[in-house]
Design a binder for this molecule. Structure first.
Ligand SMILES: [Zn+2]
Length: 214
């Protein structure tokens, strides 16, 4: 799913927390949103593996949340919600599409890496690919409580995230096609620096140019 959908998962969780403990609303929002987008900072290096820990984030989130409940404070709430956000992101990546440039082709069986079992988790494809119409619909559902319960500036932030999601949904396939057209023009000396999934390779490791004929 989209990075913005992940961010809105954080917004959704933080909105619930803010109802229970309003004084920690702002720190909960910041920590949950940052935690929800954090794993994707590995986009250019071992994407969905380097910073994605579906099992370990989840295990760590339990005592962190217990500590936040036992001793509520800025630090404990921040750490707890950061870990919840990162755990939700990493586990929910398994519900989306595979790790490939054009996930709607459904050729990749890699959704997210499970470091605990040392293997890739296969994509469930409940949301077929990032930027799919159902991804945008899910993002809107996640945003609804925050839009109803928060005023500006949080409401504006959520609306801006939704607007970016809508733009991405419209451009997702055209941009992938454009990139597929650009790949053959990339000099060979530069290709090693382009993340693998941005130029798919065949069994022999040769660059494969994507086209509708594939
Ligand atoms: Zn991710």
């Amino acid at each position: 799913m989209m990075g913005t959908t992940h961010a809105l998962v954080g917004v959704f969780v933080a909105t619930a927390v803010a109802q229970a403990i309003p004084e920690f609303g702002p720190v909960a929002l910041a920590a949950a949103v940052i935690g929800s987008v954090f794993p994707d900072f590995d986009l250019y290096s071992g994407h969905r593996k380097t910073l994605h820990f579906p099992v370990y984030y989840s295990i760590l989130a339990v005592p962190a949340l217990a500590l936040a409940l036992a001793a509520p404070g800025t630090a404990t709430v921040a750490v707890g919600l950061f870990l919840v956000g990162a755990a939700l992101h990493s586990t929910m990546d398994a519900l989306g599409g595979g790790l490939e440039l054009e996930p709607w082709r459904e050729t990749s069986e890699k959704a997210v890496y499970d470091h605990y079992r040392s293997r890739w988790v296969a994509p469930r494809r409940w949301i077929r690919y990032d930027g799919a119409p159902e991804d945008l619909g899910f993002a809107a559902l996640l945003a609804a409580p925050a839009l109803a319960l928060h005023d500006a500036p949080i409401r504006w932030f959520v609306l801006a995230v939704l607007a970016v999601s809508a733009g991405y949904t419209l451009l997702r396939k055209p941009l992938a096609k454009l990139w597929a057209a650009v790949v053959p023009m990339i000099p060979h000396g530069v290709r090693p620096y382009v993340p693998e999934r941005f130029h798919e390779t065949d069994e022999d490791g040769r660059g494969r140019i994507l086209s509708d004929a594939d």
